[in-house]
Design a protein around this ligand. Sequence first.
Ligand code: SF4
Ligand code: SF4
Ligand code: SF4
Length: 469
Amino acid sequence: MEQPYKRRNLLKNKLLKRIILSRNLQPIATLLAFAPFIFVAVTGIIGISSGAKNFSVVFTWILWSVLLALLLVPFLGRSWCFLCPIVWPGELIQRKLWKRFGSSKLMNLRWPKILQNVWLQIFIFIFFGIWMVVLVTQPFVTAIAVIMLITGATVTFILFPRRSFCRYLCPPGLFIGLYSAYSPIEVRVKDRNICLTPTSEGGCEKECYSGSENGYGCPWFEFPQNMVSNIDCGLCTECFKTCPRDNIALNARPFGAELKSESMRRKPDEAWRALILLAFPLVYTAVLFGPWAWIKSWGDLLLYTNSVGMVQHFFYIILIIDIVLGIIPGLHLLASMGSKLLSGTKDISTKRLFVNYAYAYIPLGLMLWVGFNFSLLMIEWSYIPVVLSDPFGAGWNLLGTTHLPWMPIALPIPIAEVAFALSGVLLSLKVGYNSLIAIYPNRKQAVRALIPFAILTTAIAIVYVWFYI
Ligand code: SF4
Ligand code: SF4
Ligand code: SF4
């Protein structure tokens, strides 16, 4: 289980350790994050219907999602999940109220085995992704989406144990979780041998999983002793509090380090997750910034009141599903077949190449999301001071910025997008080469096997950049 990269335990800093061990930090941070989301629901329902002038749309899609994609996920992984307000009501009910009823079966249903993967989460993400045009333009729809998320989470917390919602359902979690694998921060045990010490010889009682009077058992169903990936660790800090051997570290590490690790299990559902998340920034860029205005109007369901419009919208849905579930995974399948052919060995199956190599798209996908959100911020930033001054679009002028004109900063966009896409390609090829070298017995075979993937990775980046230049 040793991992081949350098790590530095940030909790050697005593102040940081005290902060992390505090029981008050998370509730305070969550409450602070909950307030704007309630305001999103209120402004979305009773505020002005123009998205650009309503706090609901501007906060959710220009401030929050950009903050997630540009800063939190790339640098701090799942840090958003630490303070996420979506789960707050449900977790409060589960931890404080439900505890009084003991372990009633109704409140502790088993999550179906067939759904213990990310397929359902993928389909919910695609569902929201399809109606992205409506979401980012209609405050009412954004408010309904936020209310649906909080309600869905609360019901799941009431019926199922721990954070089943986060593991198997949450659509933002699909994005945050996968790309946290690339972030330079991780929670891991300091010394696995301490975990493996038998209880009879002074070892622990696995409190990190089961909980103790100092904290809750891992809400994410993770067992730190065996953890080799960030994907399902919500950075909740409970295991820091419960481990009686002080054996948990918060490590700084090189970007993308865990993708090199051979002990990281590659799974088909996660491979599809990487492919679908790679496809979406391409789709969003084409729809919002591409040269075809008709795509955006076909995607706006609320524009249509007649059957011709509904047919166009139906074609739009088919097109999006085709790209994210058909074209991009299909091209990756072709690349996997080509890779097998070029490698000159039949010992490695196409399926293994398809699943293993999909993880190499994580850096490229992340950089495309960063690029898309960067352009969004550059183009739409001036709406932020407007809605802060007049959140309902009711004619207020609280900060004196209500009448600020739209001021896009378009100049740096093409250069920045080329830089994001190019770095994404190089980082992806590096991860991909490492994953192939772990499969093939010699370097020449690995290099030959890389060629089809390198062509596909470069082609995806070129198509993406084309929309901006
Ligand atoms: S997985 Fe989703 S609901 Fe859960 S904490 Fe993260 S963002 Fe919030
Ligand atoms: S409680 Fe601590 S020592 Fe025990 S298994 Fe968990 S992390 Fe390891
Ligand atoms: S308890 Fe530890 S391993 Fe589990 S989600 Fe929280 S920080 Fe991660």
